[in-house]
Design a protein. Structure first.
Length: 49
C-alpha cells in the first residue's frame, strides 16, 4: 500500500490519479507544503511525498 502526502489540488493529484488508474491501494494524507506533517517525512517540506 502506498501513502500519498499532499493536497488533492496540488501535484499530488497526478500521483493519486495514477494509483487510481492502476487500481493500487493507497492512503491519502492531505497536508500543505511546509506543514509539520510534511516536514516530518521530508525536511525540505516538498509535496507530494
Amino acid at each position: 500500500m502506498y501513502t500519498v502526502i499532499g493536497k488533492a489540488n496540488s501535484r499530488a493529484t497526478r500521483v493519486l490519479w495514477v494509483l487510481e488508474e492502476l487500481g493500487l491501494d493507497y492512503d491519502h494524507v492531505p497536508a500543505a507544503p511546509q506543514s509539520e506533517g510534511v516536514v516530518s517525512f521530508n525536511p525540505a517540506g516538498k509535496v507530494p511525498v
